[in-house]
Ligand binder design. Structure first.
Ligand SMILES: Nc1ncnc2c1ncn2[C@@H]1O[C@H](COP(=O)(O)OP(=O)(O)O)[C@@H](O)[C@H]1O
Ligand SMILES: Nc1ccn([C@@H]2O[C@H](COP(=O)(O)O)[C@@H](O)[C@H]2O)c(=O)n1
Length: 214
């Protein structure tokens, strides 16, 4: 078997804890492997032709909000052992910035995002598909706290956006994509429980011979 980058996708609702788990997994795997983490959000389309108030109205939870062709192209390049220049997204301006970050070849690539498992072209690249399963009400409470603290939002704006787009798109696209997961992990209690379960499953499911450790 060819040794190439092993790609783990972590999908699930906004606020389910994908990003936190992806970075914890990176920490746990790093002593043994070179690991990189990618976020689907980096591939939100550029919106510099729109005003800020127009950008605030965009439906960021619809699959078409993401430039899927660039996401897939960069996943393929990384899987093939090449470097890519990943866009940098700014949630406060609702736009992709002009900056990019270089992501180099790695043995394990973790990519996280709400709609990854909805995307057939992404599923074809992924070696292990993980869905983080958390009740909607828990995700919403976490999202309110995070978006007010880190993404320049108010509680009211988060609730309005949730009712208009986030909740409906979750029910239409994100939750149904759970059927494509190789592994479903609950994350509505202790964070350590989820990471332990993920690591336990990974140990038995990742074919380490497949990963180039040489
Ligand atoms: N198991 C957990 N228990 C409590 N809070 C959590 C847990 N996992 C993540 N969080 C918190 O919830 C918020 C959303 O987590 P994040 O990883 O950003 O979710 P996502 O990437 O799925 O949107 C963050 O503030 C994070 O610290
Ligand atoms: N300008 C933007 C872009 C995206 N969002 C929201 O981000 C969510 C996905 O990221 P998570 O880290 O929460 O998984 C998605 O639900 C979008 O609504 C935004 O609010 N503003």
């Amino acid at each position: 078997m060819d040794k190439q980058t092993f790609v783990i996708a972590i999908a699930g609702a906004s606020g389910s804890g994908k990003s936190s788990l992806a970075h914890r997994l990176e920490q746990e795997l790093q002593p043994w492997f070179s690991v990189s983490v990618l976020n689907e959000d980096a591939y939100y389309r550029k919106q510099d032709g729109l005003t800020l108030s127009e950008r605030k109205q965009t439906n960021y939870d619809h699959p078409n909000a993401i430039e899927e062709s660039l996401l897939v192209e960069q996943l393929q390049e990384l899987k093939a052992g090449k470097s890519v220049s990943v866009p940098v997204y700014d949630y406060t301006t609702h736009d992709r910035s002009d900056a990019t970050v270089e992501v180099g070849p790695c043995q394990i690539l973790i990519v996280e995002g709400i709609l990854l498992l909805h995307r057939e072209a992404v599923r074809e690249i992924v070696d292990l598909a993980v869905y983080i399963d958390v009740p909607e009400s828990v995700c919403l409470e976490r999202r309110i706290k995070r978006d007010v603290a880190q993404r320049g939002r108010t509680r009211e704006s988060v609730l309005a956006q949730y009712e208009k787009t986030v909740g409906p798109m979750y029910r239409q696209f994100v939750a149904p994509s759970k059927i494509y997961a190789d592994l479903v992990v609950e994350n509505d209690s202790n964070r350590e429980t989820a990471i332990e379960r993920l690591l336990g499953e990974l140990r038995s499911r990742i074919d380490m011979d497949h990963v180039d450790v040489g």
